[in-house]
Write a protein that binds this ligand. Sequence first.
Ligand code: ZN
Ligand code: ZN
Length: 388
Amino acid sequence: MNMMIKQDSDLHKQMTNWRQEIHANPEIGFEEFKTAALVKAQLLKAGVEIVAEEIAVTGIVAVVHGAKGGSNKAIALRADMDALPIKELTGADYASKTDGKMHACGHDGHTSMLLGAATYLQKNNDFAGSVYFLFQPAEEGYGGARKMIEEGLFDKISVENVYGMHNWPGMKLGEFAVRGGPVMAAADSFEINITARGGHGAMPHTTIDAVILGTQMVNAFQSIVARNVDPMDTAVLSVTQIHSGDAFNVIPETCYLAGTIRTFKPEVKALIKQRMTAIIDGIAKMHDAKAEFNYMDGYPSTNNDQEQADFCQSVMSDMVGGDKVQTDLNPSMGAEDFSYMLEEKAGAYIMMGNGDSAGLHNPYYNFNDKALPIGASYWVKLVETALN
Ligand SMILES: [Zn+2]
Ligand SMILES: [Zn+2]
């Protein structure tokens, strides 16, 4: 492996310390105050210039300018900093000190790798142009990337390309995956509030049964992905909540349904929304009841630029060998707010092996510290290649 930052080097040890310190002190979306303070302190210690702080509450933007002249090209590398509301069960000696919060998605590792890359590149800036480091809050559901953009991220800094990375449990350490096109899904959610007519459980003819309406809707929804969406497209429609009734002898007046919709193409999302509306209105009308449908847009799908994905693939192949770079990993139905940055700038979001760990968002998950120099070396090599 051709790595700029070696296993067990001093920088690897530093990254491990930061990672475990952040891990022990997890903070959820827009509350990453301690994490941002650690990032800022280390950037200043390493002599890295900070361009913006408190962007999207706790976000930090830093820059290293190359020593070579002749190019104004600038790129940005992004890491997310937030943890999740999960009770940690890893038993690690640096396990979460905050009950009910945990770094279960490896953003502690992402932050440490980007910090390691910035530290390295500040000392080794034999490139032309500039590299920006984006330390982003609130990836897990709160749209920190969108908020950074709304607060003028790409007005403050002018970059051509943006790059993101996520650790991937189940993929071997030292392996990567990248592909052009969609890599993560759009994740929307919905709620349905049915109001019918409650009554005595033994006198159904005097009622309009909200349970019947709710279950008919759940059933009818199953035909949308199966019969309306093109078989060559991908979509998920899951009803994940049904709440109705409190007693065995009462037909309830109301029924609440909620769930999630995952898609890659805007036209598929629009089709599902339109079919759901028709089904909900139709079933409510059929029973002479009322149903209110709220569709909540979530993160858009994460789409890699083909050219940039090819570029990242060549950077990885140079580093770990072409046989260690997967290009056929299926897109994930999970979602990622880096999608907002990729809507603004061409770039690519890649996966890096975390070895045989528990899955993301699992209470036993832990970021693999051996991956720190691998991911940080990828960032360094990407910068040295893109800003040659
Ligand atoms: Zn996550
Ligand atoms: Zn994540």
